[in-house]
Design a protein around this ligand. Structure first.
Ligand SMILES: Cc1ncc(COP(=O)(O)O)c(C=O)c1O
Length: 378
């Protein structure tokens, strides 16, 4: 039982360890770099980073400088890549904390090199190439010039070049293959000019599992969602029929029944009294709500597990509490409920919620808020 609160997210570090080992074996000889941005997709960045590094990850990837600093301050010494350009005010922190910058604009490279020279610290850089996703990165026809600008700088080390696929998780692979060949061409052009590129990387989870980067001579892979045991494809909730990997969900969401009452047929429950009960029912209240990351709109279609049985929400999710229809079953204060995860023979996945909310499992786990204690097991 969690001492702090009767609602918590359980993080199974044994499952994480298993997933990292499985994925590292799948992508070998490429290095696995664990993507632990957004507090490790809500799973806890420091704890997950440590376990990933102990289980075969070579490096870490984050989105923000602050995320890298948190890891350094926790004593993590592994390489940490920030995956996009950051504001100039943060250049000093990137360099002094020994984080690897991602750069793609010539003016940013000049200013970043100037900061490194002022600090008299050599700074590592990966150049991001926009091979077709059109989010961030240098355009392919300017990429060699940008890479040479980094390589020629006295204070910068060109540690890598990478790109990101827009359609790694869709069945059709033609667009991904075009992106891969565009990027491979850029790297070959750079090398032909004598530019040394240590790391070359393309894949995220879906691309790694499906081996979309085969033939690109990649040295590393940036693995996020698969490490947390969530298939990126919410629709099938599987890692792809052709590529079955035994990956296990790391996060589950739990609560204890905080109040039980009998409510008569015809009565509604929660704000709006929206769905009058068809028969007399035992209504169990759970002390968590949308402020904890349970989407308000999920009440209409999702289930909660109590005593191993799927139960319907009795009314809308409120900020701090939800009510569950336990029909005429005996339920007691203190009974454990599972919102995401397994109980008895039943299993509710993050992707089951994602499908009901028209989103992806990533958004569901990232939304489990900091207010929910993380309970680390195994
Ligand atoms: C540039 C980049 N690489 C890798 C990843 C990891 O992706 P995934 O969680 O699908 O493995 C992300 C996540 O969004 C990303 O933005």
């Amino acid at each position: 039982m969690n001492a702090q609160r009767w609602a918590w997210a359980q993080i199974d570090l044994g499952a994480l360890r298993h997933n990292v080992e499985t994925l590292a074996a799948h992508i070998a000889p490429q290095q696995l770099w664990a993507v632990v941005k957004a507090d490790a997709y809500g799973h806890g960045a420091v704890e997950c980073a440590r376990v990933a590094l102990q289980s075969g990850a070579h490096g870490l990837c984050v989105a923000l400088v602050q995320e890298g600093i948190v890891l350094r301050q926790a004593g993590v010494n592994a390489p940490i890549l920030i995956m996009s350009e950051q504001p100039e005010e943060q250049f000093r922190d990137i360099i002094t904390y020994g984080l690897i910058a991602t750069l793609y604009n010539e003016s940013t490279i000049v200013r970043f090199a100037r900061t490194a020279s002022e600090l008299e610290i050599m700074a590592s850089v990966h150049v991001k190439v926009d091979s077709g996703m059109h989010r961030v990165g240098v355009q392919p026809d300017n990429a060699v010039r940008v890479a040479s600008l980094v390589a020629d700088s006295q204070w910068l080390i060109l540690d890598g070049m990478f790109t990101h696929l827009a359609t790694a998780d869709v069945a059709e692979t033609q667009i991904a293959q075009q992106q891969v060949s565009t990027f491979v061409r850029v790297v070959e052009q750079a090398r032909a000019l004598g530019i040394e590129v240590r790391h070359v990387h393309i894949s995220n989870s879906a691309s790694a599992i499906r081996r979309l980067d085969t033939g690109a001579d990649c040295t590393m892979t940036r693995v996020g969602i698969a490490m947390y045991g969530i298939p990126g494809d919410a629709a099938t909730d599987s890692f792809g029929a052709d590529h079955q990997l035994d990956l296990r969900p790391v996060m589950s969401v739990h609560a204890r029944v905080s109040h039980v009452q009998k409510v008569a047929a015809g009565q509604g429950v929660s704000y709006g009294l929206k769905r009058p009960l068809e028969s007399d029912a035992t209504i169990a209240t759970l002390p968590l709500g949308y402020a904890d990351g349970v989407p308000r709109g999920i009440w209409e279609s999702a289930s909660v597990l109590i005593n191993g049985v799927r139960r319907a929400f009795a009314g809308v999710v409120t900020m701090d509490q939800i009510m569950v229809n336990c029909t005429d079953d005996v339920v007691s204060v203190g009974d454990e409920a599972v919102l995401i995860g397994g109980q008895g023979l039943e299993l509710i996945t993050a992707n089951e919620w994602a499908n009901k909310m028209g989103t992806i499992g990533y958004e569901i786990v990232c939304a489990i808020s900091a207010r929910m204690p993380r309970n680390y097991i195994n």
